[in-house]
Design a protein around this ligand. Structure first.
Ligand code: URP
Ligand code: ZN
Ligand code: ZN
Length: 457
């Protein structure tokens, strides 16, 4: 039995802040105390004086080893989870995307194998990519037997994994009956597809046409529709990667009415904008992701929505690629590998550009990166909380550590870095996953961790 004492930390949860001491026993937190704890009880003592201490980050939206037309996303579960841990994230929620005709359970079993080398703890959102009569039973079994509470649907990507409206309604009804939640990629798929075809037919093949083929209004319209369908089905709804100011109105209205609608945004929609689509192919293709980067006014509205609680979580949609994969769309923007990385920088970006700029309190920061994802996705209080009995997933945050984000120093397995040149302040000094120290004095150390598949409730 190993006991680790973390003393003199400035402890933050989503609601509390106090100077205190944490005793870890094996995988769990045994004691949290404002009074000193005897060092003799511990095998190791870490002095956290001057360090905020908060629960390990939970990124509810990542795509490791995602198969695409341009090859797999460049981080597999091993390299992606290393990047996550280096940045203070100890739990990842990725996706299970079955082939057409494949049972949800079979697709989940395959995906679990792919995730066996994940260093963080992990779970999945499972995607019904089509409707069949057995779907309600499959969904129920996944929820009850596998502890997966969230089911992801795509309103875009109609030629592959996207659902038609009628099927979307049926999935929502089945998920509601199973007591689960639907997570949704909201973009009007048919309209996006016809704009893409139109641009290509007109010879408008450069990356700058990617955002023009996926305008903000088509996101907002899909958000409105998804909310209406979820209301009709009495289904809890979580809208992933909200990027457009125009979407926020529908989300806020539904929340005010008491509908169970949650929304996520990502660092790229707070900090990057569509100026990234001006320039050469090499400069612009790295920023092809869906939804695309929007206007500065959208960035501002999203920051306000974080403060107003319309948006409850910060995910990353971590889906990095290498330059050669982006180059597959040299003559056709629809063939550019779609996505960017971010899991490594999520906490430090929100801390630097949110907390240090006075936009967010530390409690709000902890809520967005850890506590709210834990609550929404059925991991709380095991995750997302510092309290006796919770998993000892802890970040001891060095508030002074500065970094210049660069492809040269990032951990992610990609030769592209969307936040290249961003200055950050604040980084993990120590990270614990279930009591095991993985970041030690700012350095990733323990590469032999084994993440656990988490059953949610
Ligand atoms: O561009 C992105 N976001 N790629 C990953 C798939 C998705 O839509 O989340
Ligand atoms: Zn998406
Ligand atoms: Zn995604």
């Amino acid at each position: 039995m190993a006991r680790i004492l973390i003393r003199n930390g400035e402890i933050f949860t989503g609601t509390e802040q106090f100077r205190g001491h944490i005793l870890i026993k094996d995988e769990r937190i045994e004691l949290v105390s404002k009074d000193s704890l005897p060092e003799t009880q511990a095998d190791e003592v870490i002095d956290a004086k001057g360090f905020p201490v908060f629960p390990g980050g939970i990124d509810p939206h990542v795509h490791m080893h995602l198969p695409t037309g341009a090859g797999y996303s460049s981080d597999d579960f091993y390299s992606g989870s290393q990047a996550a841990l280096a940045g203070g994230t100890t739990t990842l929620i990725d996706f299970v995307t079955p082939h057409k005709g494949q049972l949800l359970q079979d697709a989940l079993s395959e995906r679990k194998k792919e995730a066996e080398n994940c260093l963080t703890d992990y779970s999945f959102h499972v995607s019904p990519v089509e409707w069949r009569n057995s779907m309600p039973d499959e969904i129920k079994a996944i929820k009850e037997q596998e502890g997966i509470t969230s089911f992801k649907v795509y309103m875009a990507y109609k030629d592959t994994i996207g659902l038609e409206d009628e099927d979307l309604r049926k999935v929502m009804k089945a998920v509601a009956e199973a007591g689960g939640m639907v997570t949704v990629h909201s973009e009007m798929g048919d309209e996006v597809d016809s704009l893409r075809k139109q641009f290509i037919a007109e010879g408008k093949t450069a990356p700058e046409y990617h955002p023009l083929s996926r305008p903000a209004e088509l996101e907002a319209e899909a958000v409105k529709k998804a909310i209406a369908f979820a209301d009709e089905a009495r289904c809890s709804l979580y809208i992933v990667h909200v990027s457009a100011a125009a979407s926020l109105k529908y989300i806020a209205e539904a929340q005010e009415k008491g509908q169970k609608v949650f929304a996520e945004t990502c660092p790229q929609y707070l900090l990057l904008d569509d100026e990234k689509y001006r320039g050469s192919f090499d400069e612009t293709a790295p920023f092809v992701l869906s939804p695309p980067l929007r206007k500065k006014a959208d960035n501002k509205a999203l920051w306000e929505a974080l403060l107003g609680n319309t948006i409850r979580t910060l995910g990353t949609d971590h889906c990095p690629f290498n330059r050669v994969q982006k180059e597959q769309g040299k003559d056709n923007f629809t063939k550019i590998a779609n996505g960017i990385g971010g899991v490594e920088h999520r906490l430090t970006l929100l801390y630097t550009y949110g907390v240090l700029q006075g936009k967010l309190t530390m409690n709000e920061f902890v809520d967005l990166v850890s506590t709210n994802p834990a609550k929404i996705f059925g991991l709380y209080p095991k995750k997302g909380l510092i309290a006796p009995g919770s998993d000892a997933d802890l970040v001891l945050w060095n508030p002074d550590k500065e970094n210049l984000i660069s492809v040269k120093n990032h951990v992610s397995n990609s030769d592209l870095e969307a936040y290249e040149g961003f200055r950050t302040q604040g980084a993990p000094e120590y990270v614990f996953l279930r009591g095991q120290k993985i970041v030690d004095k700012g350095k990733l150390t323990n590469h032999n961790l084994k993440g656990k598949f988490l059953k949610r409730h």
